[in-house]
Design a binder for this molecule. Structure first.
Ligand code: FES
Length: 127
């Protein structure tokens, strides 16, 4: 009997070099989330700058075959639970685009960009 393939973990890239006042909020968020993942299929990746330095702290969510999102303005002190809720909704979404009502306010407000998956195909006819 074949075993079902285990889904790839969701990748959460966190800028650990963002600076705000005297702190590095992304580095604090990284450490906070390490303690909060609680068995979730999420892999954390520290990143040194994602070129969105004016919107600390900055994260990116990605998974094979799904849309990727770049999100800024995460307050590491209060937004970690909302970010985890979003990661759960993202993981449950086949395309990586959970419905807006499943995206916490900090995610809706902080979304900077989304990028299509490598497998994305769309036709376009310029008029
Ligand atoms: S230092 Fe964090 S995005 Fe540039």
């Amino acid at each position: 009997m074949l075993k079902a393939a285990k889904p790839e973990p969701v990748a959460l890239f966190i800028c650990v070099t963002c600076q705000q006042a005297d702190a590095r909020p992304g580095a604090l968020l990284y450490r906070r989330l390490e303690d909060m993942l609680n068995g979730r299929a999420v892999r954390l990746y520290p990143v040194e700058c994602m070129s969105i330095c004016k919107r600390p702290c900055t994260v990116a969510v990605s998974s094979p075959g799904k849309w990727s999102y770049i999100i800024g303005g995460i307050d590491e002190a209060v937004d970690a639970p909302a970010l985890l809720d979003y990661l759960d909704a993202y993981a449950a979404s086949e395309s990586g685009t959970p419905p807006l009502k499943k995206r916490p306010a900090v995610i809706r407000r902080g979304t900077i960009a989304r990028l299509p998956p490598h497998t994305h195909k769309e036709s376009y006819a310029a008029s």
